[in-house]
Design a protein around this ligand. Structure first.
Ligand SMILES: Cc1ncc(C[n+]2csc(CCOP(=O)(O)OP(=O)(O)O)c2C)c(N)n1
Ligand SMILES: [Mg+2]
Length: 614
């Protein structure tokens, strides 16, 4: 009988039959309704893998590297809202997960990572494939455990899932010594968890909500600053209701994209280092800043002394440690965003923001997101076309670098959980495995992985996993021949001395084909649209498109690190000043995602206006 077949019987009904730690592990995952585990076996977990062998309810995905497994679990979690689960062996298997765990920690992604460990009596002996993974991951996990006795196993797993998914979510690691997994005990899965030292706040304090409402009701130039916590708490609809009731402009962080539809005239797009000119300017002049599930990251604030200098700040966050951590706030509300927003919305009035919105509309007209396009492909154009041709209805998973920022800027984000990226840690190599994990979620939307030529090469082994499972992934490589983001910094701030940023790349098309994935390449702007249409139409397994883009293009606007809106570099005028544009005839393309505030909601429009240099 498979372990699953008698999951419904609890310990009592089984008459106290004892089972091994490995079986208890499998039963516990079934109790947690885990559907997919990303992992890689080895000596220390061979017994656990044996117990998994007959289980049909849990799909185990054999990735080609443990880093791939952790990023896949992150992608799966971000796409579904469920915890991602990883199972790896001891020593190198465990250490290979560290980057993914740290990534999940920085971006508050609920993961439960199970690592094999050498038998208890060998711990500390430099045994074969021993690594102190509990020690190594202590600073990058929300909590971690070494299971010392099989009788503690089920309770530990229950706690691990609870801690990973409650409060501010994050990764939890459970280290499983080989002998403990072979010991026997009666399986009893606890119904509830009670941890004296861990009781996350859900409901916001009524008095704080009232204070926040009072402050907001006096605002003339409010801005909603919306972070990833809004999406993690599934509060996009509640946030949108608040913004529309207030008639308040909304800017989102990299992880907040999709919490508010960018087709709405109230949308300001992204703020921060590569945010829109008008979002950063609006934050600079706002009188009340309402931060929702955001953490005032340095890529958002720049110089904290000069961030939102005129604003009283309301901060809603589930994590009390995030309050006034980087920027002092006036009214904190600790609790779950989704539970707080409706109450706040019921207490606020529609604000007299017409003048403020008219000013912002003017800024939008004067400083739009823009680039010029000629024969040479601009990455911005590829992204914009992906947005247009999908109508924003896709899960887009980006890597780290220039293409990541262009994706944030030029794709039109309309729905939560459609934008997946590595924000806090900024992990190159994230996109391909994370997109793979998102594809295993089997959602209704197509999944598109966008990588740079550098990042793609950091986890490209997962092409084998993707092909094996015939995942209908659309893989786009933005190939600029450079570690583009580092090159941009060297160009702008290090006198153009390019040090170790030029890439000698493989033939990406042949490489994909070697894995069994159809692939093609575009080198001219007029080839892009057709190629994307083909990419989107291909649903029978994965497909890859390499886009050879302008090599020395830069991401604008840009607030240099640690500086303020006063030092913001807007997009240069087209022509020789704009790197990447070359000398060929150019068209200036201006992106107005949601029309402009104060006008009736326009659908996404892309004006093409002749460039002054034509
Ligand atoms: C694992 C890792 N190593 C190094 C970096 C530093 N880094 C940030 S962006 C970048 C360049 C990325 O190049 P590519 O993937 O080609 O993307 P592009 O910027 O060209 O779009 C580098 C090296 C990083 N973020 N992650
Ligand atoms: Mg590159």
């Amino acid at each position: 009988m498979s372990a699953h077949q008698d999951t419904h019987s609890d310990a009592g009904r089984q008459g106290g039959r004892k089972m091994t730690g490995a079986e208890i592990f499998v039963r516990s995952l079934i109790k947690e309704k885990v559907e997919v585990v990303f992992g890689y076996p080895g000596g220390a977990t061979i017994g656990v893998y044996d117990a998994l062998h007959d289980i049909s309810d849990i799909k185990h995905v054999l990735t080609r590297h443990e880093q791939g497994a952790t990023h896949a679990a992150e992608g799966y979690s971000k796409a579904t809202g469920r915890p991602g689960v990883v199972l790896v062996t001891s020593g190198p298997g465990a250490t290979n997960t560290v980057t993914g765990i740290a990534d999940a920690y920085m971006d508050s992604i609920p993961l439960v990572v199970f690592t094999g460990q050498v038998p208890l009596r060998l711990i500390g002996n430099d045994a074969f494939q021993e690594a102190d993974i509990v020690g190594i991951t202590r600073p990058v996990t929300k909590h971690n455990y070494l299971v010392r006795d099989v009788t503690e196993l089920a309770r530990t797993i229950k706690e691990a899932f609870y801690i990973a998914t409650s409060g501010r979510p994050g990764p939890v690691l459970v280290d499983l010594p080989k002998d403990v997994m072979a010991q026997k005990a009666v399986f009893e899965y606890p119904e509830r968890v009670s941890l004296r030292s861990y009781t996350p706040t859900v409901e916001g304090h009524g008095k704080q909500i009232a204070k926040a409402a009072e402050l907001i009701n006096k605002a003339k130039r409010p801005v909603l600053y919306v972070g990833g916590g809004t999406i993690l708490s599934n509060a996009a609809a509640e946030l949108t209701a608040l913004a529309r009731k207030l008639n308040c402009p909304v800017t989102t962080t990299l992880h907040g994209m999709g919490a508010f539809p960018e087709t709405d005239p109230l949308s300001l797009g992204m703020l921060g280092m590569h945010g829109t000119w008008y979002s950063n300017t609006a934050v600079n002049y706002c009188d009340v800043l309402i931060a929702v599930g955001a953490r005032f990251d340095d890529r958002v604030t720049g110089n904290v002394e000069k961030f939102a200098p005129e604003a009283a700040i309301v901060h809603i966050d589930v994590d009390p440690a995030a309050i006034s951590k980087n920027v002092a706030v006036d009214v904190p509300i600790v609790g779950d965003v989704r539970s707080i927003l409706p109450e706040l919305t019921s207490r606020v009035n529609r604000l007299p923001t017409e003048d403020w919105l008219a000013t912002i509309a003017q800024w939008k007209r004067e400083h739009p997101l823009r680039y010029s396009a000629g024969e040479q492909i601009r990455a911005q154009y590829v992204i914009q076309k992906l947005g247009e041709l999908t109508g924003g209805n896709a899960v887009v998973v980006t890597d780290v670098g220039q293409h990541q920022m262009w994706a944030a800027q030029f794709f039109t984000w309309v729905a939560p959980r459609t934008h997946i990226t590595s924000g806090g840690l900024g992990t190159m190599g994230f996109s391909l495995p994370a997109a793979m994990g998102a594809a295993f979620a089997n959602g209704p939307l197509p999944v598109i992985s966008i990588s740079g030529d550098g990042g793609f090469q950091m986890n490209l082994q997962e092409m084998a996993t993707i092909v094996e499972h015939k995942l209908p992934l659309k893989i786009v490589i933005i190939n600029n021949g450079f570690l583009g983001m580092v090159r941009q910094w060297q160009e702008l701030f290090w006198r153009g001395r390019y040090s170790q940023v030029q890439l000698a790349n493989p033939d990406f098309v042949k490489l994909a084909e070697a894995f069994g994935c159809p692939a093609s390449r575009v080198t001219r702007t007029d080839e892009v649209e057709d190629a994307i249409r083909k990419l989107l139409a291909h649903t029978d397994g994965p497909i890859l498109l390499e886009c050879r883009v302008a090599k020395e293009d830069n991401v604008y606007p840009m607030i240099p690190a640690g500086q303020s809106v006063e030092e913001m570099l807007d997009t240069p005028e087209p022509g020789p000043a704009e790197s990447g544009a070359g000398k060929e005839p150019q068209q200036l393309i201006v992106l107005h995602k949601g029309g402009t505030p104060g006008t009736s909601p326009a659908k996404q429009s892309h004006d093409t206006v002749p460039s002054p240099t034509q």
